[in-house]
Design a protein around this ligand. Structure first.
Ligand SMILES: Cc1cc2nc3c(=O)[nH]c(=O)nc-3n(C[C@H](O)[C@H](O)[C@H](O)COP(=O)(O)OP(=O)(O)OC[C@H]3O[C@@H](n4cnc5c(N)ncnc54)[C@H](O)[C@@H]3O)c2cc1C
Length: 409
């Protein structure tokens, strides 16, 4: 008979929630502490590319009906690519094979909002919102107590830090672990299909993955995410607008509209200094890009011109640095909390969910009698190996895209 294993999870992002789902499916009763009820950080308004490793883990972690909801509510992204120069002149049709291709065969375009709704389904009595973790203490009986800024402490047999790139749990457990600013600055924005149609935007920019590759400039990537609200209906709230986003300005968190979106990255100071970028709002950033690319074909500039300013921001691209293995304790980590990476190659959330797919069955084995420390040590070895391999791959992809540059650690 399984003994009750007290499991605390700090952070209700894709990694922490996928872990909670997997533990629940295994008959365990974790508690997730999430500091925010509404997830309204900028990237939450976009889709995630979820690939084989993430999908396989989700299939294992979720009840069948919820995994079906993931599949049914996935957005449709174009399957074919086209390349053009800045004069909108076709380059040789398709992009060549990716030299670093890994699990690119299967992937879905998942709205982050919808995925969160799916992952929260059935977790009402598991997620404690508004609880901001501050630190942990290790007790003489081996248990671990989590402390919060704004609620009572709670004691567990194992505590998992799934609290993202600024993880407080990591800072305490691994104080020398580093997060670096890679020096890349990434801009992105969305145009609803309705607006694209109204403006008569070229069909190719709506129907294909398009790479605009200017001679001597930065590549603008354009793709789209088409949703079918009718499919959401079968799954209740899932896929609709999230009530926690009501009242937020602009259409960025509109989860029911299909959209074309683009992104482009520069090195720091290449287009403007950080102080300038930070002072500009969405419209100001669009105007900056229009000025910077003023010699581009008008149809390409139109895409930037008609972009909804509420969907535009400049992000500093950060990455973690490989940490040597550490002595395993009853406190562990997953996802961005330990191996955050650049967005190039779209592996961050996939890796976080993959970690959850390793950790949930591991903890179920502990509940069935396996040694906690030995089992966590095996998990951590596998998690570090695949997580930091993804960090390396994504950093190399960024340097291929922007040109190699030494990155200060
Ligand atoms: C521009 C961009 C594009 C990306 N595109 C992709 C993509 O297409 N595919 C992909 O796989 N990945 C992508 N990623 C990476 C992906 O967003 C992350 O890797 C993923 O969100 C990590 O999930 P996580 O659960 O580990 O952490 P997070 O998503 O960061 O979740 C952490 C959670 O912990 C909570 N939290 C933080 N601190 C505390 C605290 N003290 N107490 C309580 N709760 C706390 C936060 O509120 C949050 O809900 C992209 C990233 C960026 C920046």
């Amino acid at each position: 008979m399984a003994r009750e294993l007290r499991i605390g999870i700090i952070g209700g992002g894709p990694g922490g929630l996928a872990l909670a789902q997997g533990l629940k499916k295994a008959g365990l009763h974790p508690v997730v502490f999430e500091k925010k009820r509404a997830r309204s950080d900028y990237v939450q308004g976009f889709r995630l590319r979820v690939r084989e490793r993430g999908l396989a883990a989700l299939r294992a972690l979720l009840p069948a009906a919820l995994f079906q909801a993931v599949l049914d509510t996935a957005g449709r992204a174009p399957s074919e690519s086209r390349r053009f120069d800045e004069s909108f002149w076709p380059l040789d049709g398709r992009r060549g094979p990716d030299p670093a291709a890994d699990d690119t065969l299967i992937e879905l375009s998942l709205s982050r909002i919808t995925l969160r709704q799916v992952l929260l389904t059935g977790l009402d009595d598991i997620v404690v919102y508004g609880s901001a973790f501050s630190h942990y203490t290790e007790n003489s009986d081996g248990s671990v107590t989590a402390h919060f800024d704004n609620c009572e402490p709670a004691t567990f047999d194992v505590l998992v830090g799934a609290d993202g790139v600024n993880s407080r749990l990591r800072v305490q457990l691994l104080p020398t672990a580093k997060i670096i600013d890679t020096g890349a600055r990434r801009f992105a924005g969305k145009v609803t299909f309705a607006e694209a149609e109204r403006a008569g935007l070229a069909r190719v920019l709506q129907d294909y993955n398009v790479h605009i590759e200017p001679s001597g400039g930065r590549t603008l990537m354009v793709t789209s995410h088409r949703v079918d609200p009718a499919k959401f209906a079968a799954h209740g709230l899932i896929g609709r607008n999230d009530p926690t986003h009501a009242g937020l300005a602009g259409r960025h968190f509109d989860n029911t509209a299909s959209y074309v979106w683009w992104n482009i990255a520069f090195w720091r100071d290449e287009i403007a200094g950080d102080a300038t970028l930070e002072a500009l709002d969405g419209r100001g950033l669009l105007d900056l890009l229009l000025r910077h690319n003023a010699d581009w074909h008008p149809e390409l500039l139109k895409l930037i011109e008609i972009t909804d300013p509420s969907t535009v921001a400049a992000l500093k691209v950060r990455s973690s640095v490989q940490v040597p293995p550490w002595p395993t304790r009853r406190v562990t980590l997953l996802g961005d909390a330990i191996h955050s990476m650049t967005y190039f190659r779209a592996l961050g959330a996939n890796s976080a969910i993959y970690d959850a797919g390793l950790l949930a069955p591991a903890l179920a084995r502990v509940a069935a009698g396996a040694s906690l420390i030995e089992t966590l040590a095996t998990y951590e070895a596998a998690m570090i190996a695949h997580g930091f391999a993804a960090v390396t791959v994504s950093l190399a992809a960024m340097q291929r895209a922007l040109g190699a540059r030494e990155i200060a650690a």
